[in-house]
Design a protein around this ligand. Sequence first.
Ligand SMILES: [Fe+2]
Length: 237
Amino acid sequence: MIAEIAPPPTPKSELTAAADSPSPRPVKAGLMPLFSTWIYRCQPGPVHLNARLEELTNRLRQDERNAAHRTNAGGWHYAFDFFELKEPIVAEYREQMEQHVQAFLNHFRPEGGKKRYEFQLRGWINVNQAGNTNVLHCHPGCFLSAVYYVKVPQDMKGGEIAFRDPRGPAVAMYETPGIDLPWVGSGMGIPFSPGTGELLMFPSWLEHRVEPFEGGGERISIAFNVSNPDAPQAEHR
Ligand SMILES: [Fe+2]
């Protein structure tokens, strides 16, 4: 959408010329945002699956071969593709997530022109406790990435997922005292504080990190990447 702004006043000499002209050319001016980044946020997601997803997580954690280290600093990270688990709850979760991916993609298509996209999902479970983090990263080899929060401690302080401004440090490079420029920021990014049942989806190139939290208990999330159906399977993070 273009936000209309008042155009600059026409100089007097031009006004005179315009008055003499049979059809003065109208002045049009506007502002438009370019290169927007689209974030899909759903609350609540499929919370009716949470108890069984938590039970599955706890079952998988009992086998130490299932643990891996990726972008996580501390915490537990499932080593394999979550969607390859032959469990009814995984099939239900997949069905739900595929609907959200379809919704994200079809947002950009006109009414009456919605379509059913083909894609593949690869996912993993994260379990974080107080102090655990994920370093800044993105997800190569796919086009959308997502995280669904199965369980968030009630008393969690911190623990945000923070998206880095894709313009990088440029937004913090030029200070303009006394002049408000909407694009000047700290370069630190935008934090989202997730709750149980929340789903976030974002372009895979968008760098993000997970802040540590304070508080008791564990946070369980299931993240996944969405890629072209015939894309080679990139290692998940
Ligand atoms: Fe990630």
